[in-house]
Design a protein around this ligand. Structure first.
Ligand code: BES
Ligand code: MN
Ligand code: MN
Length: 445
């Protein structure tokens, strides 16, 4: 555990922020360090794969003849640490407090991806053969929507053949409750630029005769959703595949307190959304549209009387199972174009998109993982979905024809993408144990 912890800390010290063009050298260092971990674990054919964007890290061990093959996926890139002033400890100086290790990337995903690496290392460094075959694919653009890994998976489909993908990049539903995520949402992420003319104008001299770009952007956005938060684009949800009655019934059995979710977890004033859908359906099985930020005009100190001529909006739609991302993007672009008020020209650009994914919990490879986790945690594993996205999962299904087994070892309060991200180390230790037992069970099938 001590050596393991030293490895994780060293990895976390590297600020591999994939969305920051100035951090490319650090992102590469993150990849090289990851390759070192795979080497040390005893994998064969470890190398960096160069291509558009940040390098991929690959390696394999394929000597368990006749046994299942798992494609172990993770990502070594992290979200930006900003806003820095809200961190209680430096984001790239991993700090242990109680059982929690605090750092950017602690839970998303270095601290969880390393579970797969260390589970393999336990066998190979002890000179023991693995009970299964493994192929590792660790990417560096998951957080920024890069397409290096998707091009690689499409091109290398033959060499990536496997029985399932295995991923540690999701959360447990509650502390002490082993969780397998059987559904992720997809995403269409876009940028909207609204212009009303060539320059900003004096709001007294021109107010009343010209359009205002920030106001126009607000009008466009307001037309995309109704008062209850439902997406108000005709036909947008027509291709949604609703979850089975059985799956929805299993959600009602989850230990859950809505008021605790509101006040203690999300820390919001009220829960909103479609009153005809359960809370879990709203986050796991329905599309959602969110504005991430609006820029334009004057928000500095004091007052300035100006009519802005440009506004920039970042927004995304989360997609439910069944939804075609290209169709969703087309409908969204059409609705935005149709909503522009007189005097405003809008331009919508899709930055990246990915399909949702679901896997049947009755799948034998999922069931064995659930059993292995139950052995280690001592209670029955629950199956949940997540509202988040792991873009490559849908492409594994498309190009390799396999589903992903998503073993969750993070916790709901790990502060993913936020200040004070952390990982609960006892779960990492139990994760390594559970993955090793999973290998054993698959080898004995
Ligand atoms: N690991 C997360 C996704 C996640 C978080 C799944 C919590 C389940 C529970 C992943 O790193 C992530 O943040 N994905 C992005 C993808 C996007 C940038 C294309 C997301 O969901 O916003
Ligand atoms: Mn992640
Ligand atoms: Mn993430």
């Amino acid at each position: 555990m001590e050596e393991f912890l030293a490895d994780l800390r060293d990895w976390l010290r590297i600020p591999s922020v994939s969305s920051d063009p100035n951090a490319a050298a650090e992102v590469r260092r993150g990849a090289e360090f990851c390759a070192g971990l795979l080497e040390k674990a005893g994998l064969d054919n470890v190398r960096l794969v160069e291509g558009p964007g940040h390098p991929l890290v690959v390696g394999d061990w394929l000597h368990a003849e006749g046994k299942p093959t798992l494609l172990c996926y993770g990502h070594y890139d992290v979200q930006p640490a900003e806003p820095l002033e809200l961190w209680r400890t430096p984001p790239f100086e991993p700090t242990l407090i109680g059982g929690n290790l605090y750092a950017r990337g602690a839970a998303d995903d270095k601290g969880l991806a390393i579970i797969l690496i260390k589970a393999v290392e336990r066998y190979l460094r002890a000179g023991k053969p693995l009970p299964v075959n493994v192929k590792f694919l660790i990417e560096g653009e998951e957080e920024s929507g890069g397409d290096h890994v998707s091009l690689y998976v499409a091109e290398e489909a033959a060499s990536l053949r496997c029985d399932a993908a295995l991923i540690c990049d999701t959360e447990m539903f509650a502390p002490e409750l082993p969780t397998i995520c059987v559904g992720l949402r997809g995403i269409v992420y876009g940028e909207l630029i609204v212009r009303t003319g060539e320059t900003d104008l004096h709001s007294g001299v021109y107010g009343g005769t010209v359009a205002n770009a920030v106001e126009a952007a607000a009008r466009i956005l307001a037309r995309l959703k109704d008062e209850q938060g439902r997406i108000a684009i005709d036909g947008f949800d027509a291709d949604v595949e609703p979850p089975s009655a059985e799956e929805q019934a299993s959600w009602r059995r989850l230990p859950f307190d809505e008021e605790n979710y509101r006040g203690a977890e999300a820390k919001v004033f009220a829960l909103v959304g479609d009153p005809n859908q359960s809370l879990f359906a709203r986050i796991w099985a329905r599309p959602a549209l969110e504005v991430h930020g609006i820029g334009g005009g004057f928000t500095g100190q004091g007052a300035k009387t100006v009519i802005p001529c440009e506004a920039v909006v970042k927004l995304s739609a989360r997609l439910a199972a069944g939804q075609d991302p290209a169709r969703a993007a087309r409908l969204l672009a059409g609705a935005i174009a149709a909503a522009a008020p007189l005097g405003a020209r809008s331009e919508f650009r899709v930055l990246h998109m990915a399909a949702a994914s679901v896997i049947d919990p009755r799948n034998a490879l999922v069931r064995e993982a659930a059993a292995a986790m139950q052995e280690v945690f001592g209670v029955a594993t629950v199956f949940t979905r997540s509202g988040g996205s792991i873009p490559i999962v849908g492409l594994f299904q498309k190009h390799l024809g396999v589903g992903a087994v998503l073993c969750g070892f993070g916790l709901p309060d790990d502060n993913l993408h936020a200040p004070n991200e952390k990982v609960y180390l006892p779960n990492v230790a139990r994760g390594i144990e559970a993955i090793a037992r999973y290998f054993e069970r698959l080898g004995a099938l």
